[in-house]
Design a protein around this ligand. Sequence first.
Ligand code: AKB
Length: 313
Amino acid sequence: MAEKILVTGANGQIGTVLCAELRKIYGKDQVLASDIKRASEKNEPYIFLDILNEQRLREVIDDHGITQVYHLAAILSANGEWNPMKTWNINLNGLLSILNLAKEHHIKKIFFPSTIAVFGNTTPKVNTAQHVPLLPETVYGISKVSGEMWCNYYYNRYGVDVRSLRYPGIISHQSIPAGGTTDYAVEIFHGIIKDNDYECFLDADTALPMMYIPDAIRATIELMEAPKEHIKVRTSYNLSAMSFTPAEIFEEIQKEYPDATIKYEPDFRQAIAEAWSSSIDDSEARNDWDWKHEYDLKALAEDMIRHIKPMYE
Ligand code: AKB
């Protein structure tokens, strides 16, 4: 049977690129984008779908014969702090509806994005291993730890084939992310290419795990296409490519923009970043389903500049 894929939160930073890539593999009409934001012509076929409307979600899944769901809809770390209850509701209840539909055999496979925000001040920060204490400081992190546990429970109890990655900060040129703590690493390119200057909301030496979007999309699809018996972690896999600080990415961009300037004005996001890991050990992903990243900081910076420069010419 042909796969029919639903992507929720499809207009977000990962969703737009993921839909395009899935359509290359499965065909345009086999990938249905959904979001509560305005449809974009580039992301057709598209439907409006509020993931909290369980009845409508069930209808969409049945009417379109959906076999896989990439459930990306979520509120991120920084925005989540402005409205904790709304964040909990959106980030967890949508997932539970989808897990229940899968349990009733409406869906074969689910992807759930987790994050480095599951780590907290009690987690060892350097080369953080797969199985460590998880005591997150943000409501976003709490919702993702809980989501990971529900995924593990539905797999063990009902056999629901749900797979998950703990994404590091994702850097992309296709859209400007909103509401995250790692967003500075995208904004900095736009700031410097446009104005030769950037005001950073994190301190110069705050190291965080990061990944370029082509690697993140490939990891997601490779995880989903891996044989079921290779998937040993049913909470969420650690995933890693590189780690850098604001000062290090600025230095890399300065190779192209030597006169650029930066100011560091840390705000509430500094405390969020400080509770996260500075680097990740993702050896279980590398061993179980052969994960390998391609982009390092240099390759990422060159490619970002190549794509963003024409936007301001
Ligand atoms: C955020 O900063 O909130 C996200 C994430 C690391 O999950 N980019």
